[in-house]
Ligand binder design. Structure first.
Ligand code: NAP
Length: 376
């Protein structure tokens, strides 16, 4: 039996992970779970899976705890849960608030299955070096990075020519610049292929998600940003690919369901059933690819610039995106202002918030506060 912790168990990734775990009760035990404020649902999950402990960030909520389940409450609960000794921690909290917990998991020597890309975008190579020093593997769970990870098993690192990172294009793929000016939050949150939490859905509409994923790719696989090509692939069947020096492209394909990448992340190095249907290639009716349009969606080019600024640049990219994204959802700025804000933040503060891994949480908070002041 593999013991598992899920940080963010009530979210979109958390729920897909539960679907996978229900198929394999003989192989995995879900021992620890963590949520923000959704205590009622978390208690039901703790009951169903006989969890040992439950973490709730919200101090105020009422909790009718099942017998034998230990409760962690408050701001530290997430890190306390991450540090419980288990075989694998699934990091599925949204945003850079997940970073201290991923660090806590690594420091405790727990293997990490990482969906929470923002923690790597902020922590960068320093986070990966800490994991290496602790002997802790980090397995990517973003569907694109899980695909790359699998495709990279087909050759040697020095044989890699480039990586192909696919993007669905989001709900505004065919919108003109003029239409994007008046894009609403409701439309932005309505992703055509994936059911995701609100932040990830908005990031997919601006393609800031692809910017974050480009940064994640460069850190995870030690790639130069110029060697990662972003391609629009509307149906999201082709999850991503690696191009080798002999001209071969090794791709990973599958249904648009995160259970595949989550299952691989939790069961690696084995492959076990995920509940997904075998892919029927004849029913797909073709795979379409289009060039990425950096005029309507500048976030990917901004991410490339952030990588060249170093870790403080990628931390700032994330901070500006989180703050501007929330300001858009609150109706304080327009859709196109999100990328404008990221650009200004990189221009004015891209090298401002340098930090070592142990004060990265402070640097992230300062960068966000600086972005908030600027938007205000
Ligand atoms: N969704 C996808 O398909 C997808 C795909 C690839 C990568 N990702 C990445 O996976 C991560 C999670 O995305 P998501 O879409 O699953 O997000 P989500 O649906 O918004 O879920 C976030 C989860 O984090 C919990 N949470 C929030 N604040 C917390 C805190 N302070 N302490 C503990 N838990 C807290 C939430 O609990 P409450 O319910 O109590 O608020 C919820 O369980 C993101 O980094 C995203 O980029 C997502």
């Amino acid at each position: 039996m593999k013991s598992v912790t899920i940080l963010g168990v009530t979210g979109s990734i958390g729920q897909s992970a539960l679907r996978f775990l229900r198929l394999h009760r003989d192989k995995f035990s879900l021992d620890h779970i963590s949520v923000g404020c959704n205590a009622e649902q978390a208690v039901a999950i703790a009951r169903e899976f006989n969890c040992q402990s439950l973490g709730v960030a919200d101090e105020a909520c009422d909790i009718d705890l099942p017998d034998g389940v230990k409760l962690y409450r408050g701001a530290q609960a997430l890190c306390e849960q991450a540090a419980q000794p288990v075989d694998v921690v699934l990091g599925a909290v949204s945003g850079s608030q997940g970073l201290p917990a991923i660090l806590a998991a690594i420091n405790a020597g727990n293997r990490v299955a990482l969906a929470n890309k923002e923690s790597l975008v902020c922590g960068g190579t320093a986070l990966l070096e800490r994991a290496r020093a602790k002997g802790v593997p980090i397995i990517p769970v973003d569907s694109e990075h899980s695909a790359m990870f699998q495709c990279l098993l087909a050759g040697k690192r020095e044989e890699v020519h480039s990586i192909i990172l696919t993007a669905s294009g989001g709900p505004f793929r065919e919108h003109s610049l003029e239409q994007l000016k008046s894009a609403t939050a409701k439309a932005a949150l309505n992703h055509p292929n994936w059911s995701m939490g609100p932040k990830n859905s908005l990031d997919s509409a601006t393609l800031a998600n692809k910017g974050l994923e480009l940064i994640e790719t460069c850190y995870f696989f030690d790639m130069a940003p110029e060697d990662v090509t972003v391609v629009i692939h509307p149906t999201s069947i082709f999850h991503s690919a690696v191009q080798y020096c002999d001209g071969s492209v090794i791709a990973q394909l599958g249904e648009t369901d995160m259970a595949g990448a989550i299952g691989y992340g939790l069961s690696y190095p084995d492959r076990i059933e995920t509940g997904l249907n075998p892919l029927d290639l004849t029913a797909l009716g073709g795979l379409d690819f289009y060039p990425y349009d950096s005029v309507r969606f500048p976030a990917v080019d901004l991410a490339r610039r952030a990588i060249h600024l170093g870790q403080s640049g990628t931390l700032m990219f994330n901070a500006a995106n989180e703050i501007a994204g929330q300001a858009f959802l609150d109706g304080r700025i327009g859709f196109l202002d999100i990328a404008r804000h990221i650009e200004t933040a990189l221009n004015k503060g891209g090298t401002k918030f340098k930090a070592g891994l142990d004060d990265i949480v402070r640097a992230d908070a300062e960068a966000k506060s600086w972005c908030e002041d600027w938007i205000h």
